[in-house]
Write a protein that binds this ligand. Structure first.
Ligand SMILES: *Cc1c(COP(=O)(O)O)cnc(C)c1O
Length: 361
């Protein structure tokens, strides 16, 4: 068995110990004589899996009691519609457009009301985070929306926007559980888990209680109302049971490591290896403003498309896979989520240094 170093942006690398545990429990989950995949979501065994997962997530993130935790489906993309359907009471919301995912969310919200782009970094290919300390927030905005870590462009909000008292809604798909977070600063946080938390098919939404009401836009389907899922403990219909089970194992893995403070230290140390190399390299260059760099997604280029392609190909042959940049931006991107070991980044940097030696421009 040979495991590669997988730099995929998502679905992405998971902790090896989690995969091993899941493998060991595959045929007989703790004496039930069946796999979690085969189990009723109404069974005692599954109820305890989802309860434990929620309790562990609450502990990891310090989620206060007045926030609900929902395990949903439909990907982060479905939230682009669910958020306005449920939260746009005045039919006005302000969006900060820092990349493709934020842009998609903004475009979707326009289907439901007045969605204003109050700031954008489109002028420089989303390579930075705009100053959001004094934006023209709409008087009657129902919320202010951000994509906190821009998976494609490799930028991160290190300071949250000043929302002037409006609830902040944040897509944290690609920085989920990568560092401690003060949940009280948000009205809602959500993310698809396939970047940093688990397998594709689960979306976790953390929503302040007072924002979850019956007062949703007319025509909002039952399945797309947060209240439906709150009232039914995320089991209005069959939830993505196996995915939730794996997320639960990742939460345990994080708790055993010492929690999100420890995870952040690791992530900072790990990303530094790659950024320091990029800053000293004659061949490779980071594409993002330094102050806005993500710890999770690191895009870089050589300046030559041919060399980029050569690099991606040779890296893959050497066991460093999925380094090709997003199809819309080209170049390379190394996604170095929680489960990417330090060793993976150190070896990648050695490989890059060697490639640079052999391919000086
Ligand atoms: C991947 C990603 C999405 C889209 O997720 P889906 O689950 O495919 O809908 C949205 N936002 C961010 C920040 C992402 O990284």
């Amino acid at each position: 068995m040979a495991r590669v170093f997988n730099f995929s942006a998502g679905p992405a690398v998971l902790p090896e110990s989690v995969l091993r545990e899941a493998a060991a429990e595959m045929l007989d989950y703790r004496g039930t004589g069946m796999s979690v995949m085969e189990m009723s979501h109404r069974s005692k065994a599954f109820q305890s899996i989802i309860d434990q997962a929620e309790a562990d997530l609450r502990k990891l993130m310090g989620i206060p009691d007045n926030y609900k935790v929902l395990f949903l489906q439909g990907g982060a993309s479905q939230q682009f519609a669910m958020i306005p359907m449920n939260l746009m009471k005045n039919r006005v919301a302000d969006y900060i457009v820092t990349g493709q995912w934020a842009k998609k969310a903004w475009q979707e919200a326009k289907l439901y009301g007045q969605a204003n782009a109050v700031a954008s970094s489109a002028d420089r290919t989303f390579s930075y985070i705009p100053d959001c300390s004094d934006l023209p927030i709409s008087e009657n905005a129902d919320y202010v929306y951000i994509c906190e870590n821009n998976t494609i462009y490799g930028t991160k909000f290190w300071t949250l926007p000043n929302t002037k008292g409006k609830p902040l809604v944040s897509d944290i798909s690609s920085c989920f559980l990568s560092e401690p977070v003060d949940v009280t600063k948000y009205g809602m946080l959500y993310g698809g888990v396939q970047k940093n938390v688990g397998p594709a098919g689960v979306v976790i939404a953390i929503i302040r209680e007072d924002l979850i009401t019956e007062d949703v836009l007319p025509g909002t389907p039952t399945m797309l109302r947060y209240k439906t899922h709150v009232d039914n403990g995320s089991m209005y219909n069959t939830p993505p049971t196996y995915g939730i089970y794996i997320c639960g194992k990742v939460f345990q893995w994080l708790l055993n490591l010492g929690g999100l403070e420890v995870m952040k230290e690791r992530n900072v140390r790990k990303a530094k290896v790659l950024y320091d190399f990029l800053d000293g390299s004659q061949l490779f260059h980071g594409t993002v403003e330094k102050k806005d760099r993500s710890l999770m997604n690191v895009p870089f280029v050589t300046g030559s498309q041919e060399l980029d392609a050569k690099f991606v190909k040779e890296a893959e042959a050497a066991g460093f896979v999925n380094l090709k940049g997003h199809r819309t931006v080209g170049g390379m991107r190394a996604s170095i989520y929680n489960a990417m070991p330090q060793e993976g980044v150190e070896k990648l940097v050695e490989f890059m240094a060697d490639f640079e030696q052999k391919n000086r421009l």
